[in-house]
Design a binder for this molecule. Sequence first.
Ligand code: COI
Length: 354
Amino acid sequence: MKITQKGHSNIQEIDFNNLKFGATFSDHMLICKHKDGKWGEAEIMSYQPLPMMPGTQVFHYGQSVFEGMKAFKTDQGKVLLFREEDNFNRLNKSAKRLCIPEIPKEIFMDGLHEILNLDSEWVKQGDNFSLYIRPFIFASGQCIKATISDEYTFMIICSPTTTYYEGDMQVKIEQKYTRAVKGGTGAVKAAGNYAASFYATKLAREKGFSQIIWTDAENHEYLEEAGTMNVWIRIDDTLITPKLSDTILGGITRDSVVQLAKDMGIEVEERAISISELKEAHQNGRLKEAFGTGTAVSVIFIGSITLDENKMQFPKQVDSYARKLKANLTAIQHGKIADNHGWTTEVESSVASH
Ligand code: COI
């Protein structure tokens, strides 16, 4: 790996207590190209613009996949990555679905650890802080024929973060637009999935909602995902989240929460949730809480769910499962309690030859 360290860090100019999600970037980035059928040498350099021709394929056909992962700092100053293998595997699952060449594990892992070594100061201590890591691969060949590319670029960039949304989310159930269809790309992190979701989300935002809950494409009757998150509800003392399918992204936070809830003795069901069930549970006073999970948001409370003109509100629970799960997850991620599932990895000191 070739490393060119940035001469002067601009970290002193950053107000870490007023970060806007995803708008500040750390000092370094990684770049690696796939040409003539193989991945070349990865390079780490200062975060900088990319020279790209207007005919670059990703601009025209959106052949691009990404990941979202986080690094945390412990009270002892160690940098921990959370479930990095799972992000690596999911990136390659997405790549395969989009006809993008899979990234070799050593390029991904060595690059990730090296960049975090260089930018470890950007991972701040404190429960609210993390460094959001964005690995992505896109078609960087130049040709505007609608076909797969002859060149791809893998990159990693990092962005210090605090919270994604301010306060609880007020969401609306979407019954007109669709995020994913059977046989489509909903189960992978294709950039185009997000582009296609913006319009319905924008309409909902204009009405004062923070996000939407997508429903199934055929009947708009079953809950799928909440915007960029997996969705959860609690009926009585059971937590329910939609079962994974080819229209739902297998969230790594979702999987962690399934496990943590089970560890805490909470009953978890992964199954279809219909709007009728939701309405009925609310009418009977059995719908106790709702929340979203995702890397960027961690665990986030849903304050209300609106269906047509009916707003179902969730009063704060004294024994909120979401609060307990979030506290538990955050404590594991920051190395404060035992990591019984082996989810965290300490960032190794330099692995590459300079
Ligand atoms: C994540 O939680 O990492 C996501 O992918 C959401 C992102 C679009 C900010």
